[in-house]
Design a protein around this ligand. Structure first.
Ligand code: NDP
Length: 491
């Protein structure tokens, strides 16, 4: 794999190009911490070029395509992703440390995203008509907004990028993507695929580089109409400030610290499976991870014992191996950050229980799956997003108490409730402050449903037809059918 990964350029106006400054940054493999390749590092210059290419495409060929021709391109992208799955998934694992068994599913999901939005646009992007007696007919149409600036994180890069690119393009916008600097490989592979699909020049552009430089320049650009951002809450807030002068529209998918609540009547075997998967899949670098466990005191001891057993048995190691369940964290900085939270947990009074990292793998950013026992809501390790394979475990006595505990946090992305009492399940679900909640389920998401968070976890919803509210402008047309009264001033 090492020998195959070439250096990476920007993709602007249908061409792969170096940075005009010729600057590059190094990209590292999280399992060995060895350099993979060099990546072009952009600045204002590349953003200006990409935005002007995107504008030209929007006003020109792309903007004038018939719907069926535009959607044919979207289907073509999906087909090409499927064709190259066996190449993209290893690239993603190599770059991010995500286990290969999981990236294969993510890449398949990415192809599905494109197909899904092609179908949604043809079947659901419809306007309303408002008849007013025999005097007026008012109707709405949806128009693409213009240039979509998409800024994405490193935790599931290919899949998350396609969540934005698919609806943005299918609804007729043009795109400038700024991928995370720690995971540039598959964004570039996607540019190659889109190039191969033959989209007109300038419809899709990728500018690599540092968030504070390239990302900030994209956000501040006066000709970019909307910014869809996924990343940390503090970055989201910074972006909104920087985009205020140019009055951008924002969609914000931000951090999370989601609760899993397990009542004593739950199907404990399934709750345990879901809890373990929900925190340790994607190496724990998952925005919707159930990183706060609230377990009913009647079943707490046995549940925790079984969770400890799982933690001991989880296979930690090389992300390129099929049987690996937890791979290395994305970068040494993030590794150190997660480690520092585990140290902090000890200082704050938790008992820390961890699985194992094979000795010979200590070059990489591997952190063993970890349970923080005896945690409580006052601790920073419960209030802050750790974004690694670390779960804080707490107990509760009754429904009222656990709802209060679940909501005592600034985040509100996801939540999970396990109980066989369905009345209680719905009651608790509806009282938890979160954009999404699963009852007796792990995080399975139908693409038609809204995705997003409340409180400091996000603004707006993407997913399904909800994405249309963001990626399209609704225009109302008022048509007079008869001679309605018009005041005659000055007559
Ligand atoms: P960051 O906020 O650090 O970065 C996200 C993106 O923003 C990167 O491309 C980054 O560039 C860029 N960026 C950084 N600073 C700026 C700036 N000033 N202006 C414009 N762009 C900027 O997030 P992470 O990459 O660390 O991702 C992890 C976070 O993402 C977690 O908090 C997680 O919860 C959240 N997330 C939320 C999801 C949701 O749907 N709610 C889904 C997945 C993740 P660079 O890489 O160069 O720093």
């Amino acid at each position: 794999m090492e020998k195959n990964v070439k250096d990476i350029q920007h993709y602007i106006n249908g061409q792969f190009v170096d940075a005009s400054s010729n600057e590059v940054f190094d990209n590292y493999n999280p399992f060995t911490n060895e350099k993979i390749n060099a990546v072009a590092s952009g600045d204002n210059e590349e953003i200006n070029q990409a935005v002007s290419a995107a504008r030209k495409a929007f006003q020109g060929k792309w903007g004038n395509l018939k719907l069926k021709d535009r959607l044919a391109y979207i289907y073509k992208i999906a087909d090409l992703i499927d064709e190259y799955i066996d190449e993209i998934a290893p690239l993603e694992s190599y770059d991010t440390g995500l286990p290969i068994s999981q990236t294969k599913k993510m890449v398949a999901r990415a192809a599905h995203n494109f197909r899904f939005y092609a179908e949604m646009v043809s079947s659901r992007l419809v306007g309303d008509a408002y008849q007013v007696d025999d005097e007026f007919l008012n109707y709405t149409i949806h128009k693409p907004v213009g240039i979509a600036g998409l800024i994405t994180p490193w935790n599931a890069p290919f899949m998350l990028e396609t969540w934005k690119i698919a609806p943005a393009l299918a609804t007729g916008n043009t795109v400038v993507l700024k991928p995370a600097e720690w995971s540039p490989l598959t964004a570039n592979r996607l540019a190659e695929i889109i190039d191969k699909a033959g989209l007109p020049d300038g419809v899709f552009n990728v500018v690599h580089g540092y968030g504070e430089k390239v990302g900030a320049s994209l956000v501040a650009h006066p000709d970019v109409e909307l910014i869809s951002f996924t990343g940390e809450t503090t970055t989201g807030s910074e972006i909104m400030k920087n985009g205020a002068d140019s009055l951008k529209q924002f969609s914000m998918e931000l951090g999370g610290k989601s609760p899993i609540i397990v009542f004593d009547d739950a199907d404990v075997d399934r709750a345990l499976d879901a809890c373990t998967w929900g925190i340790f899949s994607f190496n724990g670098e998952r925005c919707t991870a159930n990183s706060r466990l609230y377990i009913h005191e009647n079943i707490a001891d046995s549940f925790i014992e079984r969770l400890k057993e799982r933690v001991q048995n989880i296979v930690v190691g090389d992300p390129m191996k099929e049987d690996t369940q937890v791979g290395p964290l994305i970068h040494t900085d993030h590794y150190n950050n997660v480690k520092s939270y585990i140290d902090k947990a000890k200082e704050e009074g938790c008992d820390v229980y961890s699985g194992n990292v094979p000795e010979e793998m200590n070059r990489g950013n591997l952190i063993a799956p970890t349970i923080l026992l005896n945690a409580n809501n006052k601790m920073s390790i419960v209030q802050e997003e750790i974004f690694g394979p670390v779960i804080a475990a707490m107990t509760f006595k009754d429904e009222e108490e656990v709802i209060e505990l679940a909501n005592d946090i600034r985040y509100g992305l996801a939540g999970y409730v396990w109980t066989k009492d369905m009345q209680r399940g719905h009651r608790v679900a509806q009282k938890v402050d979160s954009g999404m909640l699963w009852i007796n389920a792990q995080n399975v998401r139908d693409l038609r449903t809204p995705f997003g968070g409340s409180k400091h976890s996000g603004i707006g919803r993407e997913g399904g037809h909800y994405a249309f509210e963001f990626y399209t402008e609704v225009q109302i047309i008022h048509v007079a059918l008869g001679d309605h009264h018009i005041p005659q001033l000055g007559k």
